[in-house]
Design a binder for this molecule. Structure first.
Ligand code: 5GP
Ligand code: MG
Ligand code: MG
Length: 190
């Protein structure tokens, strides 16, 4: 099966930032590390919808130990595209997390507000441990500190799409991570 590739949307993409092969190798390498660290612990993987779905799918399938999966839908209120730390739960987890070893599987850490809130929330609910795997990080945009144990790629301060990440719900099924052409945003504003 082949996902949509850059060639299919090349008129809207400026450049590729992280290739399909780079994504796969990072996820595989991280899953091997996590499989060693969590052997016998039956970890609970938690992803925030919808951006982290591709990372969650690929990561969970690359693990060599049993794991459970759960999802949460959050909305953050604040100015424009930047989350401000005021977060509400749109759809909650399906199970209690008390006593569980949790790995949050995340697409990207931008300001860090979403993850900081989620780690705090899971600890309040009585998780035995909470760690994070983030495929991407924009260090220059961090506003709050989040301890990311399993780190993927650091990227510059550019809005990216692909591998789960959207612009106005589009490009989630692109098989790599890419930067859109400025015209795509400008068209939106017009
Ligand atoms: P935060 O600012 O709270 O760290 O990031 C919240 C969420 O915003 C991320 O999990 C991700 O879903 C979304 N986000 C942050 N940066 C980008 C980006 O460059 N592109 C896209 N499509 N979504 C982003
Ligand atoms: Mg996310
Ligand atoms: Mg989005």
């Amino acid at each position: 099966m082949v996902l949509m590739q850059i060639a299919d949307v090349s008129d809207e993409i400026d450049h590729e930032l992280v290739s399909k092969a780079q994504i796969e190798s990072k996820i595989t390498e991280t899953a091997q590390q996590v499989s060693r660290d969590y052997r016998g612990k039956n970890p609970l993987l938690i992803a925030v919808l919808k951006g982290a779905i591709n990372t969650m799918a690929a990561f969970s399938q690359a693990l060599s130990i049993p794991a459970e999966l759960d999802f949460m839908s959050l909305s953050s209120y604040g100015s424009g595209t930047v989350s401000q730390g005021t977060i509400t739960i749109r759809q909650d987890l399906s199970r209690d997390v008390r006593g569980r070893h949790i790995i949050i599987v995340e697409d990207i850490v931008d300001s860090g507000h979403t993850l900081a809130w989620l780690v705090d929330e899971l600890n309040k609910r009585g998780a035995a441990s909470v760690e994070i795997f983030a495929l991407l990080e924009k260090p220059s945009r961090h506003e709050v500190h989040v301890d990311v144990k399993y780190r993927g790629y650091e990227i510059p301060d550019e809005f990216v799409v692909g591998f789960g990440l959207d612009y106005d719900e589009r490009f989630r099924n692109l098989d790599s991570i890419a930067v859109l052409k400025v015209e795509v945003y400008q068209g939106e504003q017009a």
